[in-house]
Design a binder for this molecule. Structure first.
Ligand code: BES
Ligand code: MN
Ligand code: ZN
Length: 499
């Protein structure tokens, strides 16, 4: 998709479709009013017939509007002028794009960022327009024999700003939005691919491909023998139950100053999680192909950083494996030794994410990180706690928590902080090893985070449990690409792009 900023006389803009906002009670937005005047009151006249009530997301397509240079006008309801907030703004955008994608237009000019939802600056209005548009036109068809037939896909969305002085800010916003969307798309594609295609080796190849396209990126894939040499007994214990060899994928992007401490993103890359010997029930088990969405978000964030050539040092670490039952698989009661030297009693083989992550987290020490953030579809308990809107944020570092919560909010990709108090730690006590890999029935997302905290003492660290947000189920089943936007926001902030 292409996104360009336009300014100047609205009535003279040539476009297949001009998108205008409209409020309830037939109140035209400022931009719509300009067009109404240019057309000799044509819009008001049509609205007088009562065909569009202006409720958020309702649409009306008009053809042959006189006095202007565009072929069509799409009116989009934006609710009550005072009630316009980011949520309704996004809803209106989504409705417009969805309709356009299904009609005969391949390009449009959008004026909705000229509406001013409560507490949104121009940068975020434009960036949201771009990311929502890319989100709505996304299709997954890699494994369909007939590619989804779309006669006229939307290929270009121009964005109109009334004040020419705003074009620079709007241009940045559109660039950032486009790069974020590319990252989100990559994460969605990887997430949506089935487990028999998207294996640990496949993910490793994806990283190698990314690396080939960019001179500032170095990719290294550690094989099982390398992990053995490093003493990664926890990670290797999970892949023993599968015929697919584990991979530890390391992507180093050096966009920042030499010697500057990197941001390290670690992503859980379980390409299929059957639970192992503690096998999962059959219902909806297919969704455990999404258990690599943490890894996908690392790939996505990396893609965005590369697209924007951000001046930052960024490392992506992806431990990748399957979790299957096999004669050689982990058994409940087995004890393994992690790279850190700490021993782990595996009481439930389905708590495998923390086993592959703990070794990746220890490995990350070697980068001398400014911060380590891990993303993992770690626990069903997190979904029970928070539902499917925010991801769970766990850290003992208040400053980092503030930064991540703010990034999530700014990106429209929210996180919600959960406690990570020492009170929970003793649930991991084991009579036979340094720790067990599960706690009691209660607070499972927290005890999982407590487990990880034991491997992250040497750097500032936070954990995002993305089990509730990484994919949708039911009719809308598919990867969301979250939390790539949050991660990208963090990188934009840290690399000084938003000053
Ligand atoms: N990948 C799952 C977590 C998960 C389950 C995410 C369902 C989304 C939906 C993880 O590996 C897992 O199985 N966790 C267990 C932990 C338990 C055994 C302590 C869980 O959440 O049930
Ligand atoms: Mn599991
Ligand atoms: Zn899992």
């Amino acid at each position: 998709m292409e996104f360009k900023i336009k300014s100047g006389d609205l009535a003279k803009q040539k476009t297949p479709c001009l998108i205008l906002g409209l409020f309830e009670n037939q109140k035209l937005s400022g931009t719509a009013e300009i067009v109404d005047q240019a057309s000799g009151g044509h819009l008001s006249e049509i609205l007088g017939k009562g065909d569009l009530d202006g409720k958020t997301g309702r649409t009306l397509m008009l053809y042959g509007v006189p006095g202007i240079s565009c072929e069509r006008v799409l009116l989009v309801g934006c609710g009550k002028p005072k009630g316009l907030n980011r949520r309704s703004y996004r809803k209106a955008l989504a409705a417009a794009v969805t309709l356009l994608d299904d009609t005969g237009t391949t390009a449009a000019l959008c004026t909705l960022p000229e509406l001013v939802p409560e507490a949104m600056d121009l940068y975020h209005r434009v960036r949201d327009a771009v990311t929502i548009c890319a989100d709505k036109v996304y299709r997954y068809d890699q494994t369909k024999s007939e590619k989804t037939p779309r006669r006229y896909p939307l290929e270009r969305l121009d964005i109109w700003v009334s004040n020419r002085r705003d074009t620079k800010t709007a241009g940045h916003a559109a660039n950032h939005g486009a790069a974020i969307s590319q990252g989100v798309c990559l994460a969605r594609d990887l997430g949506n691919l089935p487990g028999n295609i998207c294996t640990p080796a496949f993910l490793a190849d994806q990283a190698i491909d990314l690396g080939k396209k960019h001179p500032k990126m170095r990719v290294e894939v550690l094989e099982e023998k390398d992990m053995e040499a490093l003493g990664m007994g926890a990670l290797l214990s999970v892949s023993r139950g599968s015929r697919q060899p584990a991979k530890l994928i390391v992507m180093e992007y050096k966009g920042g100053q030499k010697g500057e401490k990197p941001v390290v993103f670690v992503g859980k890359g379980l390409t299929f999680d059957a639970g192992g010997i503690s096998i999962k029930p059959a219902a909806e088990m297919d969704e455990m192909k999404f258990d690599m969405c943490g890894a996908a978000s690392v790939f996505g964030a990396m893609k965005t950083a590369l697209e924007l050539e951000l001046p930052i040092n960024l490392v992506g670490v992806v431990p990748s494996s399957e979790n299957l039952p096999d004669g050689d698989a982990n058994k409940p009661g087995d004890i393994v030794t992690s790279m850190s030297g700490q021993t782990i009693e595996i009481l439930n083989t389905d708590a495998e994410g923390r086993l592959i992550l703990c070794d990746a987290l220890t490995y990350s020490e070697r980068f001398n990180p400014a911060v380590v953030l891990d993303m993992a579809t770690l626990t069903g308990a997190c979904v029970v706690a928070l539902g499917k809107h925010p991801c769970g944020l766990f850290t003992q570092n208040d400053k980092l928590a503030t930064e991540i919560l703010a990034a999530g909010e700014a990106a429209g990709d929210p996180a919600w902080r959960m406690p990570l108090w020492d009170d929970y730690q003793e649930e991991l006590d084991s009579n036979f090893a340094d720790m067990a890999n599960i706690g009691s029935r209660w607070g499972g997302a927290i005890t999982a985070a407590c487990f990880l905290s034991r491997y992250t003492k040497r750097y500032p660290w936070a954990h995002l449990d993305i089990a509730g947000i990484a994919w949708r189920n039911g009719k809308e089943k598919g990867a969301t690409g979250r939390p790539v936007s949050l991660l990208a926001q963090l990188l934009l902030e840290r690399s000084g792009q938003l000053k």
